[in-house]
Design a protein around this ligand. Structure first.
Ligand code: AMP
Length: 434
């Protein structure tokens, strides 16, 4: 099936062709026609499925087809909310890329950077705004942003926004939007919180679920290397060195662990950078660019920081530590083997993590093969210890760090219709600081 049959305009088809996409992905096939019809959707899709183009393309088409309501400055007509700065930046890039042949203006706003340049861009008039919730509310508070003419709202990675504590911010934002609008909700998981949010937000939504790429994971080979806790770093350097890996994404559970590992790898002569929520936006952007361009071999990331990172064709993903939440394993390995490329996901697992490994295998409904590396055989006399998850509470990384904890009344949109959809519960475990 080609893109031509989805009902997209010539300008958008041209932009898609320029990206080199020959066929729509399953989420794009399902979402694009429905969004073009103006309907609400509830989509179960994670990063790597092509979901961004799935909402961006029809959104651009709808905006370009109708004249803005009202007079004066161009109002914001589409709002895309994302949990992290990185995802906001990437969605913003996609909007600019796919919309390059259309006369629409877009901008991205997130915290951690100066607000004044954002204010000037908003003042200039913007049709499509991509934003993280905290900074968006800062603009609302400063009266530099008017959301009263939004026609289309997208909540991207809604589950992650809730995980990061953005629910009150989201409700405050919903209260600022006109009731009559199209809503697109994307979430990798459907917890009861997501269902509640969807129930209040969506109007007879079409439910779209695409196969989770990595439960089948045909293109990703997975392996567990059992190893002692204290020898993981040594084994990682060994694997990178002997296999001559040039681009490896490594996951740790904590920010502190990410920093420490990047430093230690550096001492082993392997260039590495850490990316996590405590880094400034500039540092994160730089680390990602260095990694993409091959100046840094290893990017060490926490789960939250890694969400939404768009790195094409990543050959190797290493779980230096297993995640506390089994679902995060699926997200992590989703970073490799994209778009038909072969990928390899390795997990360095010590005795402390056997329970986490079991949870992951239960979720995947299969065992991951074990392969002990000669010279790194685990010492059977070492006992399991409780897993350290770092200090400190979770803090949203998308805004200014402030929490907006006061309640908004209802969802503010005056609509409430039942959502359809099966509930898929997330294991109720604690999450580490990201
Ligand atoms: P996303 O799930 O939106 O983060 O997209 C994942 C990756 O797939 C991005 O690198 C996109 O550029 C790429 N992509 C999106 N749509 C297609 C398509 N139809 N064919 C090939 N690659 C695509």
């Amino acid at each position: 099936m080609s893109f031509d049959s989805l009902g997209l305009s010539a300008e958008l088809l041209r932009a898609v062709a320029e990206q080199g996409y020959s066929e729509p992905t399953p989420i794009q096939r399902q979402a694009i026609p429905v969004v073009l019809e103006g309907r609400d959707i509830l989509a179960g899709a994670q990063t790597g499925t092509g979901k961004t183009a799935g909402f961006t393309l029809p959104l651009l088409q709808r905006l370009s087809a109708s004249a803005p309501q009202g007079r004066g400055r161009r109002p914001v007509r589409a709002l895309v909310l994302t949990p992290t700065r990185e995802l906001a930046a990437q969605v913003g890039d996609s909007v600019a890329t796919y919309g390059r042949h259309l006369p629409l203006k877009s901008t991205v706003i997130f915290g951690g950077v100066k607000i004044n340049p954002q204010i000037s861009r908003l003042r200039g008039g913007v049709d499509i705004l991509v934003a993280t919730p905290g900074r968006l509310l800062d603009h609302v508070g400063q009266k530099t942003l008017d959301l009263s003419q939004v026609e289309i709202l997208v909540l991207d990675e809604a589950d992650r926004m809730l995980d990061m504590g953005f629910i009150h911010d989201i409700r405050r934002i919903l209260a600022l939007l006109p009731g009559d609008r199209q809503n697109l909700l994307f979430s990798a998981t459907f917890s009861s919180d997501i269902k509640r949010l969807a129930d209040g937000l969506l109007d007879s939504p079409t439910l779209i679920e695409v196969a989770r790429r990595n439960t089948a994971a045909e293109s990703v080979s997975q392996v567990v290397h059992p190893v002692d806790r204290e020898r993981k770093r040594e084994l990682l350097s060994f694997l990178i060195g002997t296999n001559d890996w040039r681009q490896v994404l490594v996951f740790t559970r904590t920010k502190h662990g990410a920093n420490r590992l990047a430093e230690q790898l550096g001492k082993d002569g392997i260039s590495a950078a850490a990316i996590h929520g405590n880094k400034s936006q500039g540092a994160r952007t730089r680390a990602l660019a260095d990694f993409k361009q091959g100046r840094v071999r290893v990017l060490v990331a926490t789960d939250i920081a890694a969400r939404g990172l768009d790195i094409d064709q990543l050959p190797h993903v290493v779980n230096f530590e297993l995640p506390n939440v089994a679902e995060d394993y699926v997200h992590r390995i989703g970073r490799t083997g994209r778009a038909g490329n072969e990928g390899e996901a390795l997990s360095l697992v010590c005795v402390d993590e056997l329970k986490l490994l079991k949870d992951i295998e239960r979720l995947l409904k299969r065992a991951i093969p074990r392969e002990v590396i000669a010279g790194y055989e685990p010492d059977p006399s070492i006992r399991a210890e409780p897993i350290q998850n770092g200090r400190g509470a979770r803090r949203p990384s998308g805004g200014n760090g402030k929490r907006h904890n006061h309640r908004a009344s209802g969802n503010g949109n005056g609509r409430k219709r039942p959502a359809q959809g099966k509930s898929r519960r997330r294991p109720a475990q604690a999450r580490p600081a990201g």
